[in-house]
Design a binder for this molecule. Structure first.
Ligand SMILES: Nc1ncnc2c1ncn2[C@@H]1O[C@H](COP(=O)(O)OP(=O)(O)O)[C@@H](O)[C@H]1O
Ligand SMILES: [Mg+2]
Length: 196
């Protein structure tokens, strides 16, 4: 039976759990998995290295062209994993963008485990608190295609299960489900967490 392939994006702040979720989801859906960071490194899609931040500046135009070719060629569903996923995949390709959200208190520990510290940790934590990935995804794809998932305290399996429920229509895809700014303020933690 002919079935149109689906392109599903998994985005979110660094260390939130994207790769763990996207890989397991790819196995469950027998989908083709694309990791944007690996792709950029393996294929030299880098404009420059930001030494101060210890991060890479990706050539988004080249990346977009490369991704479009890969998706067009692919016959299976495609899962794209990366925190800048929203800006490099054309809108007409994308079925859903899942934005993983994690409570900053828990995310700070995940970031430390990932080896983040100092400025880089605070900048990325601020991006989570200020909904940067969510806003980017909404700007690019609009409300109907963007699903926010609060993954705080959830296992990778639970998150994947939730995504599958949304994909098969048994659960609603929605946004506006977390308010880290309000939560931290209520708990008197805003100054400690928002250090930029
Ligand atoms: N649901 C989870 N529960 C516990 N640990 C997790 C979970 N998801 C990811 N991790 C761990 O957190 C770290 C960051 O996860 P990763 O999937 O690499 O995040 P990202 O791809 O968003 O940077 C890894 O050490 C991973 O094993
Ligand atoms: Mg990753």
């Amino acid at each position: 039976m002919f079935r149109v392939k689906r392109v599903i994006l998994i985005t979110g702040t660094p260390c939130v759990g994207k790769t763990s979720v996207a890989k397991m989801l790819s196995v469950k859906l027998k989908a083709f998995y694309i990791n944007l960071t690996e792709l950029a490194l393996n294929e030299g899609l880098i404009l420059e290295k930001d030494k101060k931040r210890g991060s890479l500046i990706v050539d988004e135009n080249l990346m977009r062209k490369r991704i479009v070719k890969m998706i067009e060629k692919c016959e299976e569903d495609v899962i794209v994993d990366g925190h800048y996923a929203a800006s490099v995949i054309p809108k007409n390709f994308v079925m859903y963008t899942f934005v993983l959200r994690r409570d900053p208190i828990e995310l700070r520990n995940f970031m430390k485990k990932c080896g983040f510290s100092g400025q880089k940790l605070w900048e990325n934590l601020a991006a989570e608190i200020l909904d940067v990935c969510l806003v980017e995804a909404l700007n690019m794809y609009g409300k109907g295609k963007v699903c926010e998932l609060d993954v705080t305290g959830k296992s990778v399996e639970e998150v994947v299960e939730n995504i599958l429920l949304i994909l098969n229509g048994s659960k609603k895809c929605c946004v506006g489900i977390v308010d880290w700014l309000g939560k931290l303020e209520k708990e008197g933690l805003l100054e400690e967490f928002l250090k930029i």
